[in-house]
Design a protein around this ligand. Structure first.
Ligand SMILES: Cc1cc2nc3c(=O)[nH]c(=O)nc-3n(C[C@H](O)[C@H](O)[C@H](O)COP(=O)(O)OP(=O)(O)OC[C@H]3O[C@@H](n4cnc5c(N)ncnc54)[C@H](O)[C@@H]3O)c2cc1C
Length: 185
C-alpha cells in the first residue's frame, strides 16, 4: 500500500491515483466543500501532572456552564477537558478557557493548584446539525465517515467495524444503496 503523509487530496483524485474499487473519505472538516452543513465545534483541553492526586476513573462535573471532565492517565497525568464553542478557530487556547478548565479542576480538588501544566491544546471537532455521526455512501466507490463530534476516539472501533460491514455488503451488492443514502448514524 502506498502511504503518503502531509499531502492534501480529495476522494476523486485519490480513487483514481490508487486504482481501488472503494475508498473511505474521513477528511473531517476538510470535507466541508462536499458537506456544506458540517461545522467545527472548538474544544480546548489541558494536560497536567501531579503525583499527589489519585483518581481511579474519569470524573465529570455536573455544572450548568462547564460540562468538564477530568480523566486520569498513567504516571500522574490528568486530562482536563473540554470546552465547547461554536467556532472553527484553531488558534491557541484563550485565557478564559484555561481559567474555566483549571478553576473547575481546582474546585474539584485543591491539590490541582500544585499540578504542573504540560500542555494546553485547541482544535475544532467535526459536527453535523444533529451532532450525530454519519456513515454514508457518497458516490460510486466512495464511503464517507464524518461528524464524529465529541466522541471520535471513544467510538472509533465501533465505527470502523460498522463501516467495514457496510463496505462488505456494498461490494457484494453495489446497487443496494443509492449514492447519498445514510447507512448508519
Ligand atoms: C479538545 C478536544 C478533546 C476531545 N476529547 C475527546 C475525548 O475525550 N474522547 C473522544 O472520543 N473524542 C474526543 N474528541 C473528539 C475527537 O478528537 C474527534 O471526534 C475526532 O478527532 C474526529 O475524528 P476524524 O478522524 O473524523 O477527524 P480528525 O481527527 O479531524 O482527522 C481528520 C484528518 O483528515 C485530514 N484531512 C483533512 N482534509 C484533508 C485533505 N483534503 N487531504 C488529506 N487529509 C485531509 C486532517 O489533516 C486530519 O488529519 C476531542 C476533540 C477535541 C478538540
Amino acid at each position: 500500500m502506498d502511504l503518503r503523509w502531509g499531502e492534501e487530496t480529495d476522494p476523486d483524485t485519490l480513487l483514481k491515483r490508487c486504482g481501488v474499487d472503494w475508498g473511505v473519505d474521513c477528511r473531517s472538516l476538510g470535507a466541508k466543500p462536499d458537506m456544506p452543513t458540517l461545522r467545527g465545534v472548538r474544544g480546548e483541553v489541558i494536560r497536567v501532572h501531579s503525583e499527589e492526586i489519585r483518581l481511579h476513573r474519569p470524573v465529570r462535573l455536573i455544572h450548568p456552564r462547564y460540562p468538564i471532565y477530568i480523566a486520569p492517565k498513567p504516571e500522574g497525568v490528568f486530562v482536563i477537558g473540554a470546552t465547547e464553542l461554536e467556532s472553527e478557530d484553531d488558534d491557541p487556547a484563550t485565557v478564559r478557557s484555561a481559567l474555566e478548565l483549571l478553576s473547575a479542576a481546582h474546585s474539584l480538588n485543591p491539590a490541582f493548584g500544585e499540578a504542573r501544566i504540560l500542555e494546553i491544546a485547541a482544535n475544532p471537532r467535526p459536527a453535523l446539525p444533529d451532532n450525530l455521526l454519519r456513515v454514508e455512501q457518497a458516490g460510486a466507490g466512495l464511503l464517507r465517515i464524518n461528524g464524529l463530534y465529541r466522541h471520535g476516539f471513544m467510538i472509533a472501533p465501533a465505527v470502523v467495524e460498522n463501516a467495514l460491514g457496510m463496505l462488505d455488503a456494498l461490494r457484494k451488492d453495489a446497487a443496494s444503496l443509492a449514492p447519498g443514502a445514510v447507512i448508519a448514524n
